[in-house]
Design a protein around this ligand. Structure first.
Ligand code: SAH
Ligand code: MG
Length: 206
């Protein structure tokens, strides 16, 4: 077996080790309740969270779709806080995390479990029919994008299925509002909180 945990930890990304392990544990628990499920994450970047979740999906014969346009969020662009020049495609000068994502998934031995979806989240959501057993929202953090992710994807989560949200910061001094706001909305919309780790929240649809 390949050492997926070492691959996850080494991948570029925005998932602290403890939160990644909590993500993995949430996936294992759901997978034991309902094997062979359909899972999806919004916000693939270089594949870090996809390995934590994908390694859990593999255990239960589930499949994880890992969605991203692969050109980064606003804060990843040149001149912003989370810019990484190594990710710029020299051909067109744009950020392109897709080759990094592919290498991460291959190194982790998860190519039969984690399937990439390359595109704009709202476009894919409008054409993606299967119900989701697990949805992980970790895409753009602007209000428009975060709400579009919530409104476009959360309705696809089945009863008893999980909604995981990253970068939930109750205190505005710790981070931006939109992920916290969609988390609050989910609690009003029929999701119950199961657990929290750092800024990760794990919810279950009633
Ligand atoms: N889960 C990743 C981090 C994701 S960062 C990890 O574990 O490291 C957020 C990602 O969301 C970026 O890669 C960005 O390209 C993507 N993103 C932002 N807005 C998007 C949109 N509207 N559609 C698709 N992807 C989007
Ligand atoms: Mg995040």
């Amino acid at each position: 077996m390949s050492d997926w945990l070492a691959v996850a930890r080494a991948a570029k990304g925005f998932m602290p080790d403890a939160e990644g392990e909590a993500l993995h544990a949430a996936g294992l628990r759901l997978g034991s309740e309902r094997p062979r499920g359909t899972w999806l994450e919004i916000g693939a970047w270089c594949g870090k969270s996809a390995v934590y979740l994908g390694a859990a999906a593999a255990v239960s014969g589930s499949v994880l779709f890992s969605l991203d346009h692969h050109h980064g969020s606003e804060e990843n662009q040149a001149g912003w806080e989370h810019f990484d020049a190594e990710l710029v495609d020299p051909v067109d000068g744009r950020l392109n995390t897709l080759p990094w994502w592919q290498r991460t998934i291959a190194r982790a031995g998860l190519e039969s479990t984690v399937v990439g979806l390359v595109g704009e989240s709202s476009v894919v959501a409008a054409h993606f029919a299967p119900p989701l057993d697990l949805l992980f929202i970790d895409g753009g953090h602007g209000a428009d994008v975060a709400w579009a992710d919530y409104e476009g994807w959360a309705p696809k989560v089945t009863r008893g299925g999980r909604l995981l949200i990253h970068d939930v910061f109750p205190d505005p001094r710790d981070g931006g509002r939109p992920p916290y706001e969609i988390y609050r909305a989910a609690l009003e919309d029929g999701f119950d909180e199961l657990s929290a780790a750092g800024s990760l929240r794990v919810l279950r649809r009633r």
